[in-house]
Write a protein that binds this ligand. Structure first.
Ligand SMILES: Nc1ncnc2c1ncn2[C@@H]1O[C@H](COP(=O)(O)OP(=O)(O)OP(=O)(O)O)[C@@H](O)[C@H]1O
Ligand SMILES: [Mg+2]
Length: 226
């Protein structure tokens, strides 16, 4: 079947991010050049502080690099202003933050419905219930994040990221708060959705089982690909 997305959904050239600190310039990422094929699954590994979260924030258009270029689905993300990047995120990207970032005043169901409602989707509720069922939370629809465990919040965040069928799903430690049984179910779900929708998966993970399921592992050390 013809995919509507570019063959290479992400291309970066010599991407770098540095910040000025009181101790001088800190190079968080340097010389990252990659090509990600549409539908590919990639694990990003590396020690704490090696730049994994920063890298996926850049690729998703949530942060801007100091140097280098990012092309997302054939368009230059690095030439766009914040409004342009927001439109690209809205069209193409699902993101699961390391800290979940669910809206505290909304229920699990409302959190998952939100991305679809923002698009004016009339079937937001059915789609959100469907995904919450798939992450095993049909009994928790009306709980707010504070009434959910860490692993439950993580699963709501995954459902929210997947509900709009993004071309690329970025997830920062998607199994980090889950026991091995729940983790295994979530890993299966990630790859089911990867197959069903040709969703490109870019997953930061320390979980070897998850990394091994991915087609490629990118390892970072001190902000460089090794
Ligand atoms: N805005 C910033 N200002 C200064 N330093 C920063 C900033 N953002 C990130 N860093 C530093 O850059 C490095 C990489 O951070 P990042 O969050 O990408 O690491 P990580 O690989 O995701 O680590 P972890 O596995 O602990 O989540 C860290 O040393 C961090 O302290
Ligand atoms: Mg991180």
């Amino acid at each position: 079947m013809q995919t509507p997305f570019s063959r290479n959904i992400i291309v970066t050239e010599n991407l770098g991010k540095s910040v000025k600190t009181s101790g001088g310039t800190l190079h968080i990422l340097s010389d990252i050049s990659l090509q990600v094929a549409s539908g590919e699954s990639i694990a990003i590994a590396g020690e704490s502080g090696s730049g994994k979260s920063t890298l996926i924030s850049l690729l998703a258009g949530l942060d801007t690099p100091t140097i280098g270029s990012i092309n997302l689905n054939g368009k230059s993300l690095t030439s766009m202003d914040e409004d342009g990047r927001a439109a690209m995120r809205n069209q193409l990207v699902g993101f699961v933050f390391q800290s979940f970032q669910l809206l505290q005043g909304l229920t699990a169901l409302e959190n998952v419905m939100l991305p679809l409602e923002l698009r004016g989707d009339k079937k937001a509720k059915d789609a959100a219930i469907g995904l919450l069922q798939r992450v095993g939370l049909s009994e928790r629809l009306t709980h707010t994040p504070r009434q959910l465990s860490g692993g439950e919040q993580q699963r709501v965040a995954l459902a929210r990221a997947f509900v709009s069928k993004p071309a690329v799903l970025f997830a920062d430690e998607p199994t980090g708060n889950l026991d091995s049984k729940t983790g295994a179910k979530i890993i299966d779900l990630l790859f089911e959705l990867n197959q069903e929708n040709n969703t490109t998966l870019i997953l930061v993970t320390h979980d070897q089982t998850l990394a091994n399921r991915c087609q490629r592992i990118i390892k970072l050390a001190a902000g460089r690909m090794v």
